[in-house]
Design a protein around this ligand. Structure first.
Ligand code: FAD
Length: 383
């Protein structure tokens, strides 16, 4: 054990939604928990900041104080051929946040429950021993009986544990755009998704309190220049002209690590484990869910290394992973075959939008939707 290292039951590396959700559950379960965060919260995070209904359902706290706008409607637009569909709900389909305030709120909730936050403390090394882990950070050493790696797509924890690089990490561009009142009015009511413009991907407009978060992503690296795609999208939206904007690029991991969500005394969650939804490139719900599952595995297994890791894999295998597998197949269909996408949307666009809305609202799952024979009959009947 490193002399002078602060000692905890669990060290959570990263104060994103996954890390904070895990720390909250661990602290409420009575464990001495520390969150080690590279930045000093609140910090900007490149993200659309769209919280789906299913994401809100996971959270054991009220986050409305940081929600900038609730969208009760979602629009799906397709280009070439031009098709448009909209769904409407009485509950918000997407709640819009800025990630600095949202993440900070979750971290503060974990602190209120008893977790310690060490901010400005990037973890630089992770070394497992028989009964715990030694971590070195730029702000000092910490030892813990377990580590949760919640440090995102470039996970230092995963690298330090010798795990291979994540596969299918895709680029995305996010721009915070201020437009005039007339333009804002056109976009402020709905979460908007556009397909058929960006090769192998989609573009979006998420209205915040006073500005628009506009983004583009492609699921096939190297297939296009995202800056050029973004400019094309703005022109399509009629938002040409000099705009006040901040542009940020980052990566999203769309493929779970191949059965490698853990190493001795370490569990990986969220983007560090590759748990974003491959169809929507939405990662906050996977991060929160896996954080809660990792906390549960630790709380239920009395710090037994093997039992805890086995339990975490089993929890992921019975919940998140089957969903991500189905989303991956759907993503390939939608993003890699423009003919299949056009055919599906031209014939069943409204029904598919409704089904997808039910999934994002947490009213059903991909698995339940595909396993329900009535859905196939409805699609056939709609021809
Ligand atoms: C352009 C874009 C748009 C997106 N839009 C959406 C959206 O609208 N909705 C949605 O659900 N998802 C969206 N995502 C995906 C989403 O942002 C991620 O899936 C989500 O943030 C993952 O959460 P996490 O807790 O796993 O990791 P992160 O949110 O990445 O948090 C990781 C934390 O770890 C810290 N950290 C990193 N390295 C270290 C270290 N060595 N030591 C200590 N701390 C460290 C970081 O500072 C950070 O705070 C988007 C992503 C991108 C790129």
């Amino acid at each position: 054990m490193t002399v002078g290292a602060a000692e905890y039951d669990v060290a959570v590396v990263g104060a994103g939604p996954g890390g904070s959700a895990a720390a909250l559950a661990l602290s409420r379960g009575g464990l001495r928990t520390v969150i080690l965060e590279k930045a000093v919260p609140p910090r900007y995070k490149t993200c659309g900041g769209g919280l789906l209904g299913r994401t809100l359902d996971l959270l054991p706290l009220d986050v409305r104080a940081v929600v900038e706008r609730e969208c009760f409607s979602a629009e799906l637009h397709h280009h070439g051929p031009a098709l448009s569909f909209a769904t409407q709900r009485e509950r918000p389909v997407v709640s819009m946040v800025m990630r600095d305030r949202f993440d900070h709120l979750l971290t503060a909730a974990a602190q209120d429950a008893g977790a310690t936050l060490l901010a400005g403390a990037p973890v630089v090394s992770v070394a497992a021993r028989a009964d715990g882990v030694e971590l070195k950070t730029k702000a000092g050493a910490v030892s813990a009986r377990f580590v949760i790696g919640a440090d995102g797509v470039g996970s230092v924890v995963a690298r330090q544990c010798g795990l291979p690089e994540l596969r299918d990490v895709i680029p995305a561009l996010e721009c915070e755009v201020t437009v005039d009142a007339a333009q804002f009015e056109k976009f402020r009511h709905a979460a908007r998704f556009d397909f058929g413009l960006t090769p192998h991907g989609y573009a979006w407009v998420f209205p915040k309190r006073e500005h628009l978060s506009i983004g583009v992503l492609t699921t096939r690296r190297g297939s296009c220049n995202l800056n050029a795609e973004y400019a094309r999208y703005l022109a399509q939206l009629g938002l040409a002209g000099p705009l006040r904007e901040e542009r940020h690029g980052y990566m999203i991991p769309l493929r779970p690590r191949a059965r490698m969500f853990d190493a001795p005394r370490v569990l990986l969650i969220g983007d560090a484990a590759g748990l974003a939804d491959p169809l929507m490139a939405e990662g906050i719900s996977g991060a929160i869910r896996s954080g809660q599952l990792a906390a549960r595995a630790i709380l239920e297994n009395g710090f037994d290394d093997r039992a805890t890791r086995r339990a975490y894999r089993a929890h992921l295998g019975s919940t998140l992973l089957p969903e991500l597998r189905i989303a991956r197949v759907l993503a390939r269909l939608i993003y890699d075959s423009s003919r299949a996408r056009t055919w599906l949307l031209a014939r069943h666009g409204q029904r598919l939008s409704e089904l997808l809305t039910r999934v994002v609202m947490g009213e059903t799952s991909y698995r339940a939707t595909l396993g329900e024979p009535r859905n196939y009959w409805k699609l056939l009947a709609a021809r």
